[in-house]
Design a binder for this molecule. Structure first.
Ligand code: BGC
Length: 248
């Protein structure tokens, strides 16, 4: 079965058609810049455009960088604040003419890794982190996702909010060398180790392409892997959630 997956990020909105038997794209990936300001109207126009470009008429899954419960958005760290309390599913259904299922972007990516990356050991605690404009988290326990954990907003003593201090955007903004950024990211991971005792970290988002540049400097005790689906994970996971919502 094929579903259109869309991943709304702080800098880009990406979409493709996903074959949910194997998690592979059956069409090229389309990407547009996230409009500024990223208001519901502006973002829904981009999503409607992507839908038209694929001539899509069936369910759509949308990964969104915020707390999402039953299609309603409850936070807005990296998108316009007017999303808060909005039923984004209804807005996007109106804009695209298709049924829409919403999911947090990091939860979507974690689900995709869990289901399509060939992970063998799904038991225990896996903490998936997307490191890009913000830091998103997907917490998995014995193969089941615990949604909306928002661990990028954890406050680090002395340093403040983790995503402001240790995201890929912070590395770029402050012109940090990978090694210097790794010292920050490692401190954050050690804090997560103390709180959750994970069996594995999986890193997705922009930083996951450069694992070899920072992993050697992390100084953590937990096994760490880079997401094998790379920046496709958010799209694939969003499509999977739409399938689970509309085709039970
Ligand atoms: C948001 C999360 C999101 C993460 C990555 C954070 O600022 O609060 O919901 O998963 O960014 O996009």
């Amino acid at each position: 079965m094929e579903v259109l997956g869309i991943d709304v990020g702080g800098s880009g909105i990406k979409g493709s058609v996903v074959n949910l038997e194997n998690g592979k794209f059956t069409a090229k990936r389309i990407r547009y810049r996230t409009p500024k300001p990223s208001t519901p109207q502006a973002v829904s126009k981009v999503i409607a455009r992507i839908t038209r470009e694929f001539s899509w008429k069936k369910p759509i899954g949308v990964g969104f960088p915020a707390v999402v419960k039953k299609n309603v958005i409850y936070s807005a760290a990296n998108v316009d604040r007017s999303w808060i309390d909005l039923n984004a599913g209804e807005l996007l259904t109106e804009a695209t003419g298709c049924p829409v299922a919403m999911v947090n972007d990091a939860d979507a990516a974690a689900l995709a890794e869990l289901n399509y990356s060939g992970i063998k050991h799904k038991s225990g605690t896996i903490l998936f982190l997307t490191v890009g404009t913000g830091i998103g988290s997907g917490l998995i326990r014995d193969g089941k996702l615990i949604p909306n954990t928002e661990l990028g907003h954890l406050m680090l003593e002395e340093w403040g909010e983790a995503e402001v201090y240790a995201s890929d955007a912070a590395r770029k903004r402050e012109g940090l060398r990978w090694k210097d950024w790794a010292l920050r990211f490692g401190l954050y991971l050690r804090h997560l180790e103390d709180l959750f005792q994970p069996d594995r970290f999986i890193i997705g988002g922009g930083a996951s392409k450069k694992g070899d540049r920072f992993v050697p400097y992390l100084n953590i005790r937990t096994r760490i892997l880079m997401a094998s689906l790379k920046n496709r994970a958010g799209i694939i996971g969003a499509a999977l959630v739409a399938k689970q919502t509309f085709h039970r």
